[in-house]
Design a protein around this ligand. Sequence first.
Ligand code: ZN
Length: 257
Amino acid sequence: MNRRSDIYHQIAAGKRPANLLVIDNHGHFGTDLTGMPMEREVAETVEVMDASGIDRGVVFYCGTDYRRGNDLTLEGAALAPKRFIAYAYLNADDSRKMLAELERCRAAGMVGLKLHSSWVGAGVKFTDPLWQDVWAYCARYRWPVIIHGMLPCLARANPQTTFIHAHGIEAIRNDEAVQAMRECQNYYWDTSSTMTLMGAVEQAVEWFGSERLLFGSDFPLNNMVTRMGTVLAARIYDADMRKILGGNIARLLGIEV
Ligand SMILES: [Zn+2]
């Protein structure tokens, strides 16, 4: 494919392609970074989504106090429930407490899990046996697990669990991650990144197909429109573009397209 997609040309001309579902698979509410009131945070995010044709956004916390963070995520998502899909967040803790929090989050309507290597706990690795019950829980309820600091070996060792490598597109030059993408059908990359190499999305589609690539922006830490542009600019077929922009995450979450 040596030209840009019809979807790119339509959006560049200010038109909305027919039946295009766009879901940003990576965003945050209540990240403790700005102290902005939740109402404003949600309203401004929806404004950007409306202006740029993004239908829905997946949201989760990142930080130290995971229970409070999950409450913040739920609070934000409840302000625009048709626009946001809430995931739970966990740090390392007593395993009964971790599973109890997952149950609390599932009962509240959350449908996936986010983990972050910077806050998970000093010295705690995602390969620690502590996480086995969490991976099994997520497999049982078909929750995708999106991990910042993802280790590709997790996908290999836990084939029943779906793992999303947050900012995975940055791993296009990482041999271990590339090999795992070739071999593990439960391993996904998201496109949220501040350093997407030119041509990385095209290269990933060529190597792995488009089924396990997910558009994400990392809003509000990153700009949704700019990040969507790195996908739109890729010289790939419309059918692949549709999957990356929303079709794949819709399939994972059981959302009707
Ligand atoms: Zn993030």
